[in-house]
Design a protein around this ligand. Structure first.
Ligand SMILES: *Cc1c(COP(=O)(O)O)cnc(C)c1O
Length: 503
């Protein structure tokens, strides 16, 4: 069963947690217990292809789904919609570590790893617990979740999807990917604010009981495709196992030897999935948490004070430009031994004062598991250049933050345990910044010109998700103030929001 981090909801089944997205009264669903995997089990899984491995792991968490349902969902999610047969291949670079390429999906960022699957789980959940309601998926996106969710949910019967992204807060390619989405049930709106404004707006709408009741009267239920939904986190556990088995096969580790997981972090969802994998028994040594200049997590793990009242920086890694990391709530609930009482106080302080302090003992426990650091744009750009010069391998602006922080970890600790570094986006998704980091002229190039130029310079073919973007018609042009978000949700629910121009 799944329980609330704030102890304010009766336990629900896996499909119930996925259907609701988050706890209606605030709080997030977490599994009551984490299933354990024995070394024998690990041995039995090591040769499985990705979809079969995904099914084996999902089965342990989603026990009100049948084996057939899970297998069908996993097979459909991880097939020819990915542009690489291995789904998430690991590229080893000597002296650095293994780059786990999580960007071979249809939208070129790691969000596809979950979002090709989550809609299928949600569709099943609607049948199990939905009672025939239409589902309205609300998404707040820092750029990558939006397109991945739109692709995953587009034209799924019984579902509408509405994405809010920060106007001027995403890359041009990210914006075009979203605003050119077709599908009868997709809605995209630029919000005059940053990602935190979008996410807070969405959370407030989820938490508004009167609004929820009004929608229920129209036979509509809201849910989430953000990593506040367990249906997003659970599929992400899989690729840590997959990475480990690739290290074993390549002879870089023997069974039982640990590896570190280095994760470029924003909403703390990806790294939390690594924590669940570790908790299940995967031999992950340290979780290395990498932030960009918005280093609210780095400071929290160093000093024990989470303080969002600080300058917000727009960086070259926009998908990590976040000051309120939603999944930290789950992590603190887990490492505190499910201490909902203390956590409620922390979350109240965060809401009211913009800050909270770690409770006694939390930091000590966290430091056994996790090492945190940050790298600004200059440092990350230096890593892009260095890795390209040495290995002819192109990192994107998020992956390079992780590689930079991992470099610092090694210098400071001297620890040379093998590491897996999550490569969370294709460099083509942030081509302008990547080209500039490589010392190439970008003046006069628009984002799509930069994509072509990067392909020429790096010798790497353009990711299919970014090819021909400039030729697709823009179908979503609505801009809105933060204060208008609720009206927009109501209009989409009621079917009165102007339909996107048809392509
Ligand atoms: C979303 C995203 C991240 C951050 O992941 P979280 O799960 O939010 O921590 C990092 N890199 C890229 C490219 C992303 O799209």
């Amino acid at each position: 069963m799944y329980i609330s981090t704030r102890d304010n909801h009766p336990p629900v089944t896996a499909s119930g947690a996925i259907y609701l997205g988050m706890v209606p009264a605030g709080g997030l669903f977490v599994p009551e217990t984490v299933p354990k995997v024995s070394p024998d089990q690990l041995r039995a899984w090591r040769e499985l292809p990705y979809p079969a491995l995904a099914a084996a792991i999902l089965r342990l968490f989603l026990d009100d789904y049948t084996e057939d349902e899970i297998k069908a969902c996993a097979d459909a999610a991880y097939g020819s919609n990915f542009f690489h047969g291995d789904i998430a291949p690991l590229t080893w670079l000597d002296g650095l570590g293994g780059f786990l390429e999580l960007w071979h999906g249809p939208t070129a960022a790691f969000k596809d790893m979950a979002l090709q699957l989550t809609p299928r789980l949600l569709e099943r959940a609607m049948v199990k617990v939905g009672g025939g309601k239409t589902l309205l998926i609300l998404v707040a996106t820092s750029g990558d979740t939006g397109k991945a969710a739109l692709e995953g949910f587009k034209n799924v019967p019984g579902i509408k999807i509405l994405c809010f992204y920060p106007d001027q807060g995403v890359s041009k390619a990210q914006e075009l990917q979203m605003t050119t989405t077709d599908g009868e049930n997709t809605f995209v709106v630029a919000v005059e604010g940053n990602f935190d404004d979008c996410q807070n707006g969405v959370k407030a709408i989820f938490g508004d009981e009167a609004f929820n009741q009004a929608l229920a009267g129209q036979n509509i239920q809201m849910s989430s495709a953000n990593s506040i939904n367990w249906g997003r986190l659970c599929p992400q556990i899989v690729y840590y196992f997959h990475a480990y088995f690739q290290l074993l096969r390549a002879g870089r580790l023997t069974l039982g030897q640990p590896f570190h997981a280095v994760v470029p972090t924003g909403n703390f969802g990806n790294i939390l999935s690594a924590w669940y994998a570790r908790e299940m028994g995967l031999p992950i040594g340290k979780l290395i948490c990498a932030s960009n200049a918005n280093r609210v997590l780095t400071d929290f793990f160093a000093e024990g004070i989470y303080d969002r009242r600080r300058d917000f920086y727009k960086t070259a890694s926009p998908s990590m430009d976040i000051l309120i990391s939603s999944n930290l709530e789950r992590f603190l609930f887990e490492i505190s031994g499910h201490d909902a009482g203390t956590l409620i106080g922390c979350m109240r302080d965060l809401g009211e004062k913009g800050r909270f302090a770690a409770a006694k003992g939390w930091l000590e426990r966290i430091r056994e598991l996790l090492w945190a650091g940050s790298a600004d744009d200059r440092e990350a750009a230096g890593v892009i250049q260095e890795v390209f010069a040495r290995h002819h391998y192109t990192l994107d602006t998020h992956t390079s933050v992780a590689a930079a922080v991992y470099g610092r970890y090694r210098r400071e600790t001297g620890d040379d345990t093998p590491a897996v570094i999550d490569a969370t986006a294709s460099p083509f998704k942030f081509a302008g910044s990547v080209l500039a980091a490589l010392g190439q002229e970008t003046k006069g190039l628009d984002e799509l010109g930069a994509v072509a130029a990067l392909s020429l310079y790096s010798g790497q073919p353009i990711h299919p998700a970014l090819a021909g973007l400039e030729k697709r018609p823009v179908r979503h042009r609505r801009r809105a103030a933060v204060s208008e978000m609720r009206e927009i949700v109501a209009a989409v629910a009621a079917g009165t929001f102007p339909r996107p121009a048809s392509s």
